[in-house]
Design a binder for this molecule. Structure first.
Ligand code: FAD
Length: 387
């Protein structure tokens, strides 16, 4: 039973809840020597061996059809799995994007040949994907992408342009790129398409960018007249905007928008439970944080219920992401305030301080990745008919 379960409003079906115990046991074994500061990276932590160990359990592509090597399970089962992975701080970054959005996108829009080629490899933890949406000058304003693919007489493509902030491009085999295939950037949504780009092809240069914490997870990716086969196109030419909107609903709807500070919260709670760390103010703060997380978790499960019902809860996912990232970002500041208020001779554990320093440095990015707070609030206002 999860510690917040008694407060959930939409129940997780018992057959899916039953997955929690084996996943917890597996994670306790796999992560037993991993320090908190490394686990705090969680879905930013890249570990191909861990992803393959998860695949060997049948836990990659959990919602994808069995015919393609997936688990054939419901979105609730994936919720339970993902929640446990994030709570434990498992290094899931290698397979994260393929599992969360590229696999479902290929299932929805791909040809039979594309499904046969990519989905089983995703489920085995052999193919890792990255997201090629943002460009210099086209982040929030995604419709203005300039990277262009030109169709050749034989149906193949030539691709030129640049992507930026591409998480794990340097450690992925494929990118699903949003590119212009006709018209000009001023045409906005018209003329955009999605391509599956094999990242080892000639003409592709990938340069990792170092972030504030010293990690190198996102990259610049340059395409210099790259030759792509005709079957690089996924879905319908010119329908890239509609496809990418559906993809972003997968990207924004999961529990990862609540739990980015959970390893830090847990590490602090461990200390607060000891005689050295215990204080009335800390116990109150723990209750304050839990009281914010519990309703958000209930809302996040309610979004999962919509996914399970076959809906595309774009506005609801944006709302939970906006509220969730606010709490994720507040947690390191609240914990830092608690530590600062302690008497001078009270020394918190070094691992707690290291984890706090890391989460404090990366917390501003929680409300940028996957669409900024301002953009999400614009979508919510439009969804409520206020704009
Ligand atoms: C950790 C991390 C990982 C990422 N991974 C990926 C990835 O794998 N693939 C990928 O494609 N991208 C990725 N991104 C990029 C991310 O999606 C963009 O940073 C984000 O969409 C914002 O775009 P931008 O950086 O160009 O900022 P801008 O769009 O220039 O925005 C700058 C500021 O202006 C505000 N703003 C912009 N337009 C409006 C408006 N219309 N109304 C009100 N305010 C506005 C924004 O909210 C923001 O505060 C990642 C980013 C981060 C931080």
């Amino acid at each position: 039973m999860n510690r917040l379960d008694s407060l959930s409003l939409t129940p997780i079906p018992p057959e899916d809840e039953a997955l929690r115990a084996p996943v917890r046991a597996f994670l306790a074994e796999q992560l037993r020597h991993m320090p908190a500061v490394r686990r705090a990276r969680s879905w930013s932590g890249h570990d191909a061996a861990f992803s393959r160990a998860l695949a060997a359990q049948g836990w990659l592509g959990l919602t994808l059809p069995r015919d393609y090597g997936g688990g054939g399970r419901s979105p609730y089962a994936r919720y339970v799995l993902v929640e446990e992975l994030l709570n434990a701080g498992a290094p899931v970054g290698a397979h994260w994007i393929a599992d969360r959005q590229s696999g479902p996108l290929i299932l929805k829009y791909g040809t039979e040949a594309q499904k046969q080629r990519h989905i089983p490899a995703i489920c085995r933890g052999e193919s890792f994907f990255c997201i090629g949406m943002s460009e210099p000058g086209a982040g929030s304003d995604l419709a203005s992408v300039r990277t262009r693919a030109t169709r050749q007489a034989d149906g193949s493509w030539r691709l030129s342009g640049q992507k930026i902030w591409t998480t794990n491009a340097h450690q992925s085999q494929f990118m699903i790129a949003l590119v212009r295939t006709s018209g000009a950037p001023e045409d906005r949504h018209a003329g955009l398409s999605q391509l599956i780009v094999e990242l080892g092809l000639p003409g592709i240069t990938i340069r990792p960018i170092t972030d504030l914490s010293g990690d190198r997870h996102f990259c610049e990716v340059f395409f210099d007249d790259v030759a792509l086969d005709a079957d690089a196109l996924i879905g319908t030419e010119g329908q890239g905007w509609a496809q990418v909107t559906a993809e972003l609903a997968y990207e924004r709807s999961g529990p990862e928008r609540l739990y980015s500070s959970m390893v830090l919260f847990d590490e602090w709670l461990h200390w607060v439970r000891t005689p050295q760390g215990r204080s009335d103010a800390a116990v109150q703060l723990a209750g304050h944080i839990a009281a914010q997380l519990a309703p958000l978790r209930a809302m996040s499960i309610a979004v999962t219920a919509k996914l399970a019902a076959g809906e595309s809860p774009v506005v609801e996912a944006a709302l939970v992401k906006d509220l969730g990232t606010g709490v994720e970002q507040a947690i390191p500041a609240l914990i830092a305030d608690d530590l600062a208020s302690r008497p001078e001779d009270c020394e918190p554990p070094a691992e707690l301080l290291r984890t706090l320093a890391y989460v404090t440095q990366v917390a501003p990015s929680f409300s940028l990745r996957g669409g900024t707070r301002d953009i999400l609030r614009g979508m919510i206002a439009r969804g409520l008919g206020l704009r």
